[in-house]
Design a protein around this ligand. Sequence first.
Ligand code: GLN
Length: 389
Amino acid sequence: MKDVRRPDRDVGTDRLGAVSESVIREMTREAHAHDAINLSQGIPDVDEAPEAIKQAAKDAIDAESQYTITWGLPDLREKVSERYADWKGVEYDPETEVTITTGTSEALVSTMLALAQDGDEVIYFEPVYESYIPASRFAGAEPVPIDMTDDLDLDVEALADAAETASLLVLNTPMNPTGKVFTREELEAIEEVVFEHDLLVLTDEIYEHIAYSDDYVSPVSVGELADRTVVCTGMSKTFSVTGWRVGFCLAPEYLSRELRKVHDYTTICAPTPFQRAGVEALSLPDSYYEDLADSYERRRDVLCEGLADAGLDPVVPDGAYYVMARYPTAESDVEFSYRLVREAGVAVVPGSSFYTDPDRDADWVRFTFSRDESTIREAVDRIDEHRWW
Ligand code: GLN
């Protein structure tokens, strides 16, 4: 019988044809369904957000609950400009070069829609955080992955080849899901390709304060890369406020002007009380950032040691809060992940969801350690107890 509530034609655009739902969030739903420990989605476990910034958000609700101007609260843009000048050595004019977005995901999509168009090629390295793929497709652009699975090293030749016909490069460092940190030498090689082939760059630097390697350097601190780059970052991971949705977009005026057009008409502004709390957050002392990285480093070690003891093969990350680990069975990564959540009560993300080709097999899965240490210990105990390998 005809379903009268549905139009008699196909819906959905060609651009969305190849876009599927986020596997990361699907695994969170699986975790809930099995009452499992959720080491899939990167969300802090206990409420780690500093008290002072939560209080600032509560106070701000009484004080100002209307829109801010679309580019963001002036006090926050000033503060962002000041702090990032210290951190990255680049001066961004708060009036024209800093935009506060509704989370870093909006920053990424707004930038992509502003800078890529039908038929453009967008390069990135994979395994990759899944968002860049749909973001490219929303723009009608074609995702062009460069595989780093084997050793996580930069293949400059592959990059230069891809750059012949591409217009945009997405760079994520520290990288989700592998925790790779691009070294200064790698970034210098990238800079050369960017200028030779006239690319623009979008960096996702959301894990900029969660690096365990002295090698960490922001791409915009290298050579003249800042002139070509939109930096997408924000408060979620640094201040453990993933639900507040406050992102920062830093870019030269000629790039900011374009992405601001998309931001303006999609979200108008980021949530006002949380922008106000952002001013407080960016006033925290330097020790806050050191403690943050130290605390994640400890949890990284607990997880990696626990996984190795349980017979898995973790690739120890230099940054961010994820570990990719190989498993010694012949099952697909999807079968392995579903069995793990069912039998051990621990949810992870199948590695294949970090690749562009939906049919690609992967022999690793992603664990997050953005959890309380005791939760991580319980998870590895469960894995060890219920292992079938
Ligand atoms: N960045 C986090 C992750 O990789 C969460 C983002 C998401 O919900 N996809 O797990």
